[in-house]
Design a protein around this ligand. Structure first.
Ligand code: COA
Length: 238
């Protein structure tokens, strides 16, 4: 750069994309964007279909929703929710007491329309969700993710989440439960995490959880994508 000139850092991936927290005025286009994403999924279990009421509640009351705009077009969104004492609080999967569960925030759904995927918009929005939660006192971040949803899982693991549970939710959808404790990050044992489980092998994923293993990273074995788990009996040391 020439001395004396000032230029904004260039970031081709995000060029032309603006992020903002949505308001009630954005509800209709948020729902339209959500429907477009749901209707073009390669498998219906990849993303939970949500109602307009759910989306309205997560703009101002039970959570916040961040939108990604290309010009005036809403091309993606991501929801951060605060379940408090609601029955869907995932905190029990992490063994949190009912009081600690009040500090749980959920990454509660995201979508980017097809033409804008792979540009790290979701990754960047995850960073903002994390900071928003931290700034508002929610120190336990949790989410569910279909084991078939490679890109979503990749993004969550890149955001520091670890696999702690396997459940069936939303009327029969397999879901990994992922967790990140902002106050007590889990760094230990990564060298001992050598137990690969294929992401499509739900039986083996369940077995790994039952053995109290913790899923630390995505891996690859024999050409198949895997979750790399710790040795048995480490998951409760979160
Ligand atoms: C999952 C989803 C939200 C990811 O959004 P995104 O903005 O494309 O994600 P990112 O670009 O941040 O992706 C993270 C990683 O996955 C890669 N990736 C994501 N989508 C990709 C695609 N379609 N093709 C190639 N790579 C892709 C990114 O390149 C990045 O990897 P890298 O760091 O090695 O480059 C998006 O694919 C989507 O809307 N899917 C359908 C709905 C859904 O599954 N929602 C999530 C359920 S909660």
């Amino acid at each position: 750069m020439e001395s004396g000139t000032h230029r904004e850092p260039e970031d081709a991936e995000h060029a032309g994309i603006t992020l903002k927290f949505l308001t009630e005025n954005d509800l209709n286009r948020l729902f339209e964007t959500h429907l477009e994403i749901v209707q073009t999924l390669p498998h219906p279990h990849l993303l939970r279909p949500d109602t307009k009421e759910f989306m309205a509640a997560h703009i101002t009351q039970r959570g916040r929703t961040l939108g990604a705009f290309a010009g005036d077009r809403l091309v993606g969104y991501t929801v951060l929710s605060f379940p408090m004492r609601d029955a869907d609080n995932l905190g029990s999967s992490a063994g949190l007491s009912t009081d600690e569960q009040l500090r749980v925030a959920h990454f509660d759904g995201s979508g980017i329309i097809k033409q804008y995927r792979g540009r790290h918009i979701h990754r960047f929005m995850n960073e903002i969700r994390t900071r928003y939660a931290a700034c508002t006192g929610y120190t336990h971040l949790m989410a569910t993710c279909s084991p078939m949803n490679f890109y979503s899982l990749k993004s969550l693991m890149a955001a520091g989440f670890q696999v702690i549970d396997f459940i069936v939710k939303y009327g029969g959808m397999d879901r990994l439960v992922v967790y990140r404790n902002l106050l007590r990050p889990f760094f230990g044992h990564e060298g001992n995490a050598t137990h690969h489980v294929g992401i499509r092998d739900c039986g083996a994923l369940k077995a790994a959880i039952d053995e109290k293993r913790l899923g630390l990273a995505l891996g690859e074995k024999h050409g198949e994508t895997t979750i790399v788990f710790t040795e048995a009996n480490t998951a409760r040391n979160l």
